[in-house]
Design a protein around this ligand. Sequence first.
Ligand code: KG4
Ligand code: ZN
Length: 336
Amino acid sequence: MQPIILAIESSCDETSASVIQAGKVLNNVIASQTVHQKYGGVVPELASRAHQQQIHKVVNEALASAGIQLHQLNAIAFTRGPGLLGSLLVGVSFAKGMALGLGVPLIDVNHMEAHVLAHFIDDPKPAFPFLCLTVSGGHTQLVVVHDYLHMEVIGETRDDAIGEAFDKAAKMMGFPYPGGPLIDRYAQQGNPKAFTFPHTSIPGLDFSFSGIKTAFLYFLRDNKKKEPRFEALFLHDICASLQAHLVGMVMEKLKRAVEQTGINRVAIAGGVAANSYLRKSLQDQVSQSGWDVFIPKFEYCTDNAAMIAIAAHYKFVAKRFASLSVAPLANLAIGD
Ligand code: KG4
Ligand code: ZN
C-alpha cells in the first residue's frame, strides 16, 4: 500500500500541516506566530490560542494544495512531544477528531526523531548508521541513528539549548524573538575573531550553555561601562564572535562523537541547523576530515509538518499506530 497521510505539527510556535503520499512529501504549510516577538520568548498560553485559531485553516490549505480529499487519507499523524503541553494538545485533539471521524489510524510522532528524519524528505539521504547533531530552541542532542525508528542519544545539553543561548544573547542586545536568525544576519559582515569568550564546555559528549550566557551578559556589561555605545559600534563583530563561539562548542563535541563512534557520516537538524556558520563549519569537515555530511533545506530545519509526515510514513510502513487514548507528553524522549 502507498499510504496518504496528513501530518500536523503544533509543539511550539508554528502551526503546520503536510500531506505525504507514498513517502513523497506533497507540501509543507506553515503558519508562524508573530505574537511572541515583543515578549522575548514564546508565551505558552498565547501559543496554544494561536494554534487553535490557525489549525483548521492550515490543515484545509494542506489538503487543498495537495489535491487530496478527506476520504483518501489513510492515517492522521501528529506531534506527541516534546513541546509545550497546551500547544501539543491542540494538534493531538485535532488529529484525534479527524481520525475518529474518518475511521483511519492515528500515528504519534516524536518531534526530535522527526527533526532527524527530515533528512529523508529529499535526496541525498544518509545511509545508516549516521550521527545527527540536533540543535534547536529547546534541544541540543547528539544522536546515533541506527534506523528510521531506532535512535540513540549519546550526548545532550544539561541546561539550556543552543538556540536558547542564541535567543537570550540576542535579547540582551535588544533584538526581538527569535533573535538567532538576526545574530546570523549581523554576523555576515563581522569578524568572528574580534572578541573571545571563556571556554565553558564540559567533559564528555554532553553540552552546557548556561556558562556562556552569563559570560556574554558580563561581556556586554563590562564593555558598555567603558564605551556606552559599544553594542552599536561593534554589533557585527559581537554577533560574528558569539556565533563562532557557540558553533565552535557544538563542533567540538561533534568531532569527539565521530572519534568515539567511528561514524563519519554526519548530519545536522533542528532550527539552529539553519545557521550559516554551522552549515559552513560542517561543510569544511568534508575536505578537512573526510566526513560525509548532510545539511537539510532551510524549510526543513525549523519546526515543520513535513518532517512529521516523513516520520509518520515510516511508522505506517512498520504498522506502529497510536491508540485514541494517547496523550501528549511535554518531555517525551527519543526512544520512549
Ligand atoms: O527547531 P526550531 O524551529 O524549534 C524548536 O524545536 O525549538 O528551532 C528554533 C530555534 C530558535 O532558537 C531560533 O533562534 C533558532 O532555531 N534559529 C537560528 C537560526 N535560525 C533559527 N539560530 C541561529 N542562526 C539561525 N540562522
Ligand atoms: Zn523543533
